[in-house]
Design a protein around this ligand. Structure first.
Ligand SMILES: Nc1nc2c(ncn2[C@@H]2O[C@H](COP(=O)(O)OP(=O)(O)OP(=O)(O)O)[C@@H](O)[C@H]2O)c(=O)[nH]1
Ligand SMILES: [Mg+2]
Length: 455
C-alpha cells in the first residue's frame, strides 16, 4: 500500500451531532487543506486550534464555519503530516467538506488506514493498534482498562521482554554453534532447559490469562442446546424479541448455528441457536456436530427441555449445562403431579427455569438468571496482567509456545543443537507476529479490515 497519498475520512460517528471531525493524513495534506481555507495566509502553528471558513475549492461556495488543527510530520497520530477539521456535526455539512477534500486531491481512507499508517511509521505497534480497536468496541469497564494498558505499551513491553529473553538464549546457542565443528553439544543443557522452562511458564500463564479474560473482553457466548423440537429456536427469538430463526413443529428444523448479538443488563453477549441433538447422519448429522462444537466453545450452555413432553432431559454429546430451561410451560397440566415425584413439575425440582414463549412465562426470570451467570463468567476469570489479547495474538502465542516446547524436546533428547535452534528461532518469529515486527501484509489486511473508516 502506498502511504504517501493524502487520505480523508470522517473520524466521528456518521449522522447528526454537535461536532464532526474530518481527518486528513499524508504528505502534502497541509497545502491541500490550505486550498479549502482561503482566509488563511499561511499554515497555522501546529496543534493550535484556528477558526476558518471552509470553502469548496471548485465553486468557491462556503461549506462551514469551523476550526482546524494542523499536525506536523512526526508529531501526529499517524506520524504523517495531518489535518483535522472540527466542523458543525450536520451530515450534509461533513459530506460537503469531505467532498471538497477529495476534489482537492485526497482519496477516501480505507477502514483502519489511519491506524495502519501509525503502525507503518512506527508510532504504534500492532498490539497497540489492536488496542485502539478494542477501545472502540469495549462493552465494559474491564475492557477499557485492558485496552488503555495495551495502548500505553505495557503489553508490548512484556512481549518484547519475552522475545528478548529467547533471543539471548538463541544468541548463546549460535555463539556455541559457531565454535564447534562437530554436533556434540557444548552448551550447558541443564541451564538451557531451565531457561526454556522459564519461558514456557511465562507463555502458559499468558495463555491461561487470555483465555480466562476472553469472555469479558470479546463478549460472552451463550449457546441454546437440547433435543430436537425442545423449543430452542422459539426461545432464541423470544430473547432477541425478533423473528430471527425458523420455528417449525417438525423436529430437526435448525441445522446451522445461528448467532446474534444481544444486550442483557447492559452487557453485550452472543446468543447461539443450534440444531437439536440426536443421533443423525447427512445434513442433520453435520448440524448436530456443529451444535456440539458450538456448545463446547460457548461460555454458558443453556439446556432446553420440552417441559410439556419432558423429552430430551438426558444430556447428549457430553455437554454439561450451566442452566436448564423447561419450555412450553403453557402446555403443561399444572394441576397434576405436584407431589414432587419429578414428573410434570420437574422444572421446579431441578432448579431449572420454567418458560413459555407463547405467554411469556419465565422469560424475565430467565434473563435474570442468564445475567447472573454472565456476570460470574466475566468477573471470575478476568485478569488485568495480560500478555496477549484477542484471538490473533493468542494464536501466535500458542504457536510460539509449541516451538519452544519442541526446542526443549530436541535439547533434552540430545538432538543436535542447531535443530533446537531452528525451533527457537521460529518461536521468536511468532512472538514478533504479535507486535507486528514480523508479520505478513495479509495479516495486516485482516487486522485493519475490522476497523471502522476514519480510525
Ligand atoms: N405452546 C408452545 N409451543 C412452543 C413453545 N416453544 C416452542 N413451541 C413449539 O414447538 C415446536 C418446536 O419449536 P422450535 O423452537 O422450532 O424447536 P427447536 O428446539 O428449535 O427445534 P429444532 O430446531 O428442530 O431442534 C414449534 O411448533 C413451536 O411452535 C412454547 O413455549 N409453547
Ligand atoms: Mg430450532
Amino acid at each position: 500500500m502506498v502511504s504517501s497519498d493524502v487520505i480523508v475520512a470522517l473520524a466521528t460517528a456518521p449522522g447528526r451531532g454537535a461536532l464532526g471531525i474530518v481527518r486528513l493524513s499524508g504528505a502534502g495534506c497541509h497545502s491541500l487543506a490550505m486550498r479549502l481555507c482561503p482566509g488563511l495566509r499561511e499554515v497555522p502553528m501546529a496543534r493550535l486550534l484556528t477558526r476558518v471558513h471552509i470553502v469548496d475549492p471548485g465553486s468557491g461556495r462556503k461549506l462551514d464555519d469551523a476550526t482546524v488543527v494542523f499536525f506536523n510530520h512526526g508529531a501526529s497520530f499517524t506520524g504523517e503530516e495531518s489535518v483535522e477539521f472540527i466542523c458543525h456535526g450536520g451530515a450534509l455539512v461533513l459530506d460537503g467538506v469531505i467532498k471538497a477534500c477529495t476534489l482537492a486531491g485526497a482519496r477516501h481512507a480505507l477502514p483502519g488506514e489511519f491506524t495502519r499508517r501509525a503502525v507503518a511509521s512506527g508510532r504504534l505497534d500492532l498490539v497497540q493498534a489492536e488496542a485502539v480497536a478494542l477501545l472502540a468496541d469495549a462493552s465494559n469497564e474491564q475492557t477499557i482498562d485492558v485496552a488503555l494498558d495495551a495502548l500505553g505499551g505495557a503489553q508490548s513491553e512484556k512481549i518484547a521482554n519475552l522475545r528478548g529473553f529467547l533471543l539471548d538464549i538463541l544468541a548463546n546457542w549460535e555463539a556455541t554453534l559457531d565454535f564447534i565443528e562437530d554436533d556434540n553439544v557444548v552448551v550447558d543443557v541443564e541451564e538451557a532447559l531451565a531457561l526454556l522452562d522459564q519461558a514456557i511458564s511465562t507463555m502458559e500463564h499468558g495463555i491461561a490469562a487470555a483465555q480466562a479474560s476472553r469472555p469479558a473482553i470479546e463478549g460472552v457466548k451463550v449457546a441454546l442446546v437440547g433435543a430436537p423440537n425442545a423449543g430452542k429456536s422459539s426461545l432464541f427469538n423470544a430473547l432477541l424479541e425478533q423473528d430471527r430463526a425458523i420455528v417449525r413443529p417438525e423436529a430437526g428444523t435448525t441445522r446451522d448455528v445461528i448467532s446474534e448479538r444481544l444486550v442483557l443488563s447492559g452487557v453485550a453477549i452472543e446468543l447461539l441457536d443450534t440444531a437439536g441433538l440426536r443421533s443423525a447422519d447427512g445434513v442433520e448429522g453435520e448440524g448436530v456436530a456443529r451444535a456440539i462444537a458450538a456448545a463446547q466453545q460457548a461460555d454458558i450452555r443453556v439446556w432446553v427441555v420440552d417441559g410439556a413432553g419432558l423429552a430430551g432431559v438426558e444430556a447428549f454429546g457430553g455437554i454439561n449445562p450451566d442452566l436448564v430451561v423447561y419450555s412450553k410451560a403453557d402446555l403443561w397440566d399444572r394441576g397434576r403431579d405436584r407431589d414432587g415425584d419429578g414428573d410434570r413439575d420437574r422444572g421446579r425440582d431441578r432448579d431449572g427455569v420454567v418458560c413459555s414463549c407463547v405467554d411469556g412465562t419465565g422469560l424475565g426470570e430467565l434473563r435474570k438468571r442468564l445475567s447472573a451467570l454472565i456476570d460470574q463468567v466475566t468477573r471470575t476469570g478476568f485478569r488485568t496482567d495480560l500478555l496477549v489479547v484477542g484471538q490473533r495474538q493468542l494464536t501466535a502465542l500458542f504457536a510460539a509456545l509449541h516451538r519452544v516446547r519442541a526446542a526443549k524436546a530436541a535439547l533434552s533428547s540430545n538432538m543436535p543443537l542447531d535443530l533446537a535452534a531452528i525451533d527457537l528461532r521460529a518461536a521468536i518469529d511468532h512472538l514478533g507476529e504479535i507486535s507486528g515486527s514480523s508479520v505478513s501484509e495479509e495479516i495486516m489486511d485482516r487486522v485493519f479490515s475490522r476497523f471502522c473508516i476514519g480510525k
